[in-house]
Design a protein around this ligand. Structure first.
Ligand code: ADP
Ligand code: MG
Length: 702
């Protein structure tokens, strides 16, 4: 078999060489033959059809045309920019081929007045059609290559295209690879699975995914490979879950002691909702066992996760351990510090906060108290995971809004003890259950699915910029009733400068419309110094200002119950989960709250769906499902950094059914043969071991 051959470094493949080898490694992560085989097309195009120039339409479609290049010139534009332009003709007309980069390399390779085939996307510029960075093949060459109605198109990068590694080149590499390896790919799934699910063999699948002969075989190839990918992921997740459940020891919090009982009996600021009670019980049971807790606490914004975290911490203290809470921003850490200190005011618990702006003297005290164990609860930002921060005996780590923390950061916290602390991850970004299961198969999940009583559901409306006068009138009315207002502007990194301008313009015009002495306005954005941010936040939360103009820095966690209106400017530029988070800043008090989504009249179909969804529902889970459908899981908040979704061929949304199938089969297999030791699983096991060795991607959750 060709296993060893498949480990050959990619530069040894005929036609690759050291330069392209380097590019493939850097740009696509293709190191070996095996990586190239598993580099799958993301779509297929019809290369049996040829167009004439007079048939072209300005629709951005990819077309191939037979003709010849009759001249090439370099054209300057702008200050120091150049492009390479070639005139291409066939018997029906002429068009231009354009290159913005790689001039030298391309100019040398172009042959004038010889029949060739060009391929690419057409657009019009003036009254001429043009094709930017076309693929070009001489007719003689073109005749030799296989053409089918399903020509694979591989994912690419700009660098690759500019350096001449076009789709055509990748196709050729693939042909060469199959020539050298003779398609001797071993079967990775057990025979009984192949029979039962009527899968095609691994080698058929690999061949057909790269060189499909019919739509039918292509579909079979895809199914087989998608199933396989999801199946191995599920094997990993489920195994990890089993190992964790059985092997990772945790500190058993056997006692429910004075701290917890006293608080529960005498100092609860409100009656807990049933959901809160249930979740606290789940956490108690978990931490009371011998295994380490890894729990994801999902609860919509305002559902009351903070008190759950606090009471969990009390359990840690009752058992002689310390606890910490990590928040993604300084503002949030501060709010938690204030909130938890308030909850703890009747106790002698020592709570401190550590952030980037904590002074050195205070830091020293914190380090000392942490190490000698007199500090009970530490709240903070990323500063918590610096190496200098050492706990005497950390028993519980609570992580708020986990999507802001990267993979490494979480495992760093983990490394602080020999016996790991229990981990409670709190998120208001509801990940749809189906997805949560497959992503966080090794996390237990608790859900607070009930809001504290007395809350009136937030009313959401969508208004166009042209309605602004009416909206402003509404704000005046609300302010007259004593309420406070948020006005949020988008801040997207790519257009940061423009966004700040929008924010500042907005602030100015709002200041004019709501002027002193009758009204006062706060402003909050990421470029402000922490102290100034704090001061502004305080002015608003203490009711000194009526309106808070802000960027998305207020997205998570900010809690001002008297604020009852949330205006989101350019709402079409926000994603659904972000809109939902922002809306969650209001509706925290007893008053009726409102969310007004302001947009321009020009809306894409997706933006319309987002606005409609927001207006229709307050249910975070429903919103997450829509978000998932609109954006695909790779873009969902909370999963972006996970790296888990770096799937080769499967798509967790599109292939949900296959995912369920794969999960069932994986569970069945592991139930019957947990260590994959049966003879029929020997190859499976080998592949599995190889895979877990290579990508230990699941560690991060812990
Ligand atoms: P989130 O889940 O968004 O972090 P918080 O913990 O900040 O929510 O709680 C939101 C608000 O609801 C806070 O003002 C909190 O005091 C209040 N709250 C939480 N639980 C209850 C409850 N059971 N009854 C009444 N108010 C509650
Ligand atoms: Mg919160």
């Amino acid at each position: 078999m060709s296993n060893n051959l498949l480990l050959t470094p990619i530069e040894y493949l005929k036609g690759v060489g050291p330069n392209r080898g380097e590019l493939l490694r850097k740009e696509l992560g293709i190191h070996k033959y095996a990586d190239l085989v598993n580099f799958f097309p993301n779509r297929y195009i019809d290369r049996t059809r040829y167009y004439k120039i007079n048939e072209l339409q300005n629709n951005g479609a990819e077309v191939q045309i037979i003709g010849k290049i009759i001249n090439v010139k370099t054209v300057e534009f702008g200050k120091s920019q150049k492009r390479l332009v070639a005139t291409f003709v066939d018997d029906t007309g002429q068009m231009e081929l354009v290159w913005f980069q790689g001039h030298k390399w391309i100019k040398e390779s172009l042959k004038l007045n010889e029949i060739c085939v060009i391929f690419g996307k057409c657009t019009t510029f003036g009254n001429l059609f043009n094709m930017a960075h076309p693929e070009i093949e001489m007719m003689s060459e073109h005749k030799q290559s296989l053409r089918s109605a399903m020509q694979p198109v591989y994912p690419s990068t700009e660098t690759l295209t500019n350096r001449g590694v076009s789709n055509k080149v990748i196709n050729k590499m693939m042909q060469q690879l199959f020539l050298e390896t003779q398609n001797l790919f071993i079967e990775t799934l057990p025979d009984y699975l192949i029979d039962e699910l009527k899968l095609i063999s691994k080698k058929e699948a690999l061949f057909n995914i790269h060189f499909p002969t019919s739509t039918d075989t292509l579909a079979k190839a895809k199914f087989r490979l998608i199933f396989e990918e999801l199946f191995f992921i599920q094997l990993q997740l489920i195994t990890k879950n089993l190992i964790q459940k059985h092997k990772i020891k945790g500190h058993p919090f056997t006692k429910v002691g004075e701290y917890f009982n006293d608080f529960y009996q005498n100092h609860l600021p409100f009656e807990l909702t049933n959901a809160q009670k249930r979740v606290i019980k789940e956490i108690r049971t978990d931490m009371g066992s011998n295994a380490q807790m890894n729990r994801l606490l999902q609860g919509d914004v305002g559902s009351g996760k903070t008190i759950v975290a606090f009471m969990s911490m009390l359990l840690a203290l009752d058992n002689g351990f310390q606890a910490c809470l990590m928040a993604p921003t300084e503002i949030l850490a501060n709010q938690h510090f204030i909130g938890l200190s308030e909850l703890a005011q009747t106790t002698n618990i020592n709570i401190k906060i550590l952030t980037g702006s904590t002074r050195i003297a205070q830091r020293r005290i914190i380090h000392e108290e942490l190490e000698n164990g007199t500090l009970d609860i530490l709240i903070g930002t990323h500063a918590l995971i610096e190496d200098k921060v050492k706990f005497k005996n950390l028993g519980l780590a609570v992580i708020d809004e986990q999507h802001r923390f990267g993979v490494e950061q979480r495992s760093k916290l983990w490394r602080k003890n020999t016996i790991p602390p229990h981990v409670l991850v709190m998120t208001a970004t509801p990940i749809p259950r189906t997805l949560a299961m497959s992503l966080y198969g090794d996390l237990d999940i608790s859900v607070i699915d009930e809001l504290p009583p007395g809350r009136k559901p937030i009313q959401t409306v969508h208004r166009f910029d042209s309605n602004r006068l009416k909206v402003w009138k509404f704000l005046r009315d609300e302010i007259a009733l004593g309420r406070q207002i948020y006005i949020v502007y988008p801040l997207i990194q790519e257009s940061e400068k423009m966004d700040y301008k929008d924010l500042m313009d907005g602030y100015e015009s709002i200041s004019r419309d709501f002027s002193l002495p009758q009204y006062s306005i706060s402003i909050l954005h990421g470029k402000m110094k922490p102290l100034d941010k704090d001061a502004e936040m305080k002015r608003f939360s203490s009711g000194k200002t009526n309106i808070m103009v802000a960027t998305t820095v207020i997205e998570v966690g900010v809690n001002v119950p008297n604020a009852s209106v949330m205006i989101i400017e350019s709402a079409e530029r926000f994603g659904l989960s972000q809109l939902h988070q922002l809306r969650g800043r209001v509706g925290r008090g007893a008053e009726q709250s409102y969310c007004i989504l302001m947009t321009s009249h020009k809306l894409s179909a997706d933006s319309k769906t987002r606005m409609e969804t927001m207006v229709r529902t307050n249910d975070g889970f429903e919103i997450a499902e829509v978000d998932l459908k609109l954006r695909g899981p790779g873009n969902l908040m909370g999963t972006q950094q996970s790296g888990v979704l770096n799937l080769q061929i499967a798509d967790l949304v599109r292939d949900r059914d296959v995912l369920a199938l794969a999960r069932n089969y994986a569970m069945k297999l592991l139930r019957e043969d947990p260590a994959m030791q049966k003879l029929e699983h020997s190859t499976l096991r080998a592949v599995y071991m190889e895979m877990t060795k290579k990508k230990n991607i699941w560690n991060y959750i812990s």
